[in-house]
Design a protein around this ligand. Structure first.
Ligand code: HEM
Length: 217
C-alpha cells in the first residue's frame, strides 16, 4: 500500500500549471539524443551553471545553502576538465524569474527541487551512456544523494503549509512557469537545446502559426 500523503492543493496547481512546460523542455534537452557525448554534456552543464548560479543567489533569503546546486555544478565542471577560471568566465543568465516574495520563491523552488527527481533518472542514464561516475560529472544530477527523497518530502511539506489564498497560489504557479520559460530560453540561447516548439506561453501566437505545431508534429 502506498503511504504517500495526499498532494496539497498548491502542489496540484503547480503540476497542472507546469506539465506542458516540463514536457516541452524534456523533449528539447539533448540527454537522450543520439551522439550526445561528454563534450555535449559539459556544454549543457555549463549552461545550467549560468542559470542556477545567479538564480540561487536571488533565492538566498528563502532557502538554506544546503539546497544550493551551483556548488555541485562547479565540482562536476572541474571534474570534466574546466578550470576555475573557465567557470568564472561562463556567461550568466540575466533574464531570471523574479523572486520578490515567499509565494514566488516557492514557485521557483518547485522547479529547481522537482528537477532533482528527474535527476535520478538522468544520473543512471548518463552513468551508462557517458561512462560518468558520482565523483566524475554526476554530482549535480544526484545533488542530494541518498537524501533525495527526504529533501523532496520536506519541500512538499513547506508547500502544504504555504499561504493558500488564491492570489498567493496564482503567484506561485506563475513563478514556476516563468522559471521553466526563462530556463528554456536561456538554454536555447546557449545553443544546447534541440529545435522544437517551446512552452513559452508569451509566444503562443507563434505556436499557432507554426504548421508543425498546428499539426501536432
Ligand atoms: C530530460 C530531462 C528530464 C527528465 C527525463 C525528467 C524526468 C522527470 C521525472 C521522471 C520526474 C518524476 C515524476 C514523478 O516521480 O512523479 C520529474 C519530475 C519533475 N521534473 Fe523533470 N525531468 C527532466 C528535466 C527537468 C528539468 C530540466 C526541470 C526543471 C528545470 C524539471 C522539473 C521537474 C519538476 C518540477 C518535477 C516535479 C513534478 C512533481 O512531482 O510535482 N525536469 N522529472
Amino acid at each position: 500500500m502506498s503511504t504517500r500523503p495526499t498532494p496539497s492543493p498548491l502542489l496540484l496547481a503547480l503540476r497542472a500549471g507546469t506539465r506542458a512546460c516540463h514536457t516541452a523542455l524534456e523533449e528539447r534537452l539533448p540527454f537522450f539524443r543520439e551522439g550526445f557525448d561528454v563534450a555535449g554534456y559539459r556544454r549543457l552543464l555549463s549552461a545550467y551553471y549560468g542559470f542556477h548560479a545567479p538564480l540561487e543567489l536571488t533565492l538566498a533569503g528563502y532557502q538554506g545553502v544546503e539546497r544550493a546546486k551551483a556548488p555541485a555544478l562547479v565540482r562536476d565542471l572541474l571534474a570534466l576538465g574546466l578550470s576555475a577560471a573557465d567557470i568564472d568566465a561562463l556567461p550568466l543568465c540575466q533574464a531570471l524569474p523574479a523572486v520578490e516574495d515567499e509565494a514566488r520563491a516557492l514557485g521557483v523552488m518547485y522547479v529547481l527541487e522537482g528537477s532533482t527527481l528527474g535527476g535520478q533518472v538522468l544520473k543512471r542514464a548518463m552513468a551508462e551512456r557517458l561512462g560518468l561516475a558520482p565523483d566524475r560529472g554526476l554530482g549535480f544530477l544526484d545533488v542530494y544523494g541518498a537524501a533525495s527523497g527526504s529533501y523532496w518530502r520536506a519541500f512538499l511539506e513547506r508547500l502544504a503549509d504555504a499561504a493558500c489564498t488564491q492570489a498567493a497560489q496564482a503567484a506561485t504557479v506563475q513563478a514556476a512557469i516563468d522559471t521553466f520559460v526563462c530556463f528554456e530560453r536561456w538554454l536555447a540561447q546557449r545553443g544546447v537545446l534541440d529545435q522544437a516548439n517551446t512552452c513559452t506561453t508569451p509566444h503562443a501566437g507563434t505556436r499557432a502559426t507554426n504548421p508543425a505545431a498546428v499539426l501536432g508534429q
